[in-house]
Structure formats: C-alpha cells, structure tokens
Design a protein around this ligand. Sequence first.
Ligand code: SF4
Ligand code: SF4
Length: 102
Amino acid sequence: MGWVEGYPREKIKWHPTVDLSKCVKCGMCMNCNKNVFEWTKEGPKVAHPNACVVGCTTCANLCAGRAISFPDIEELRELYKREGIWGKVREKLIKEGKIKVD
Ligand code: SF4
Ligand code: SF4
C-alpha cells in the first residue's frame, strides 16, 4: 500500500467504525471498492478493517446518517512522524520519478 510504504498495515489503527443506531441504510459505504464492509440485515459491518486505505475518510464524509467515524487524525500523523513513514514514501516517489529534487 503506497500510503504506508512498507510499514506493517496491521500496526496502524485506521479503519471505519459504524454506529448502527445512526445508520439509515443508504448503502453508500458499500460503494468502497476495498471490500472493507459487508452488508448484513442490520446494516454494514466492518468485516476487513485493514483493507481500509490509511488516511481515507470518504465513506464517513458521504454517509447519509453521519454514522461512520475514524480514529483521531493527529494520532496517525504522529505515527507517520515517529516511524519516518513520510520520508520513506518520499524516497519511493523520487525513485519512481513522480517527484523531483534538485
Ligand atoms: S475510508 Fe476510504 S478506503 Fe476506508 S472504508 Fe471508507 S471509503 Fe473505503
Ligand atoms: S453510508 Fe452510513 S448510513 Fe449509509 S449504509 Fe453506510 S453507515 Fe449506514
């Protein structure tokens, strides 16, 4: 996963949580193509949390019931700083020629 560049995905706490008491069953979250959610008769279940793209919040932003939440983004940013993930992603992008440095 390019956003984490080699850091173990399972060590990153980033995935949606659904409050089914707010869910209006619009189905929008099932639009995610990462297979994170499975539909049940109660509504969506977070079946594969580590398939979620680290840092993404699209399903929460477009949830009709405002039923989806994520961990604190500042904790994620702190992890990126502490583990040097920003630097590793940057090195990869330079190697791939996607960013250029003088
Ligand atoms: S945050 Fe993004 S990748 Fe994760 S489940 Fe929602 S839409 Fe899918
Ligand atoms: S997008 Fe929100 S309201 Fe719609 S089904 Fe998913 S959790 Fe429920």
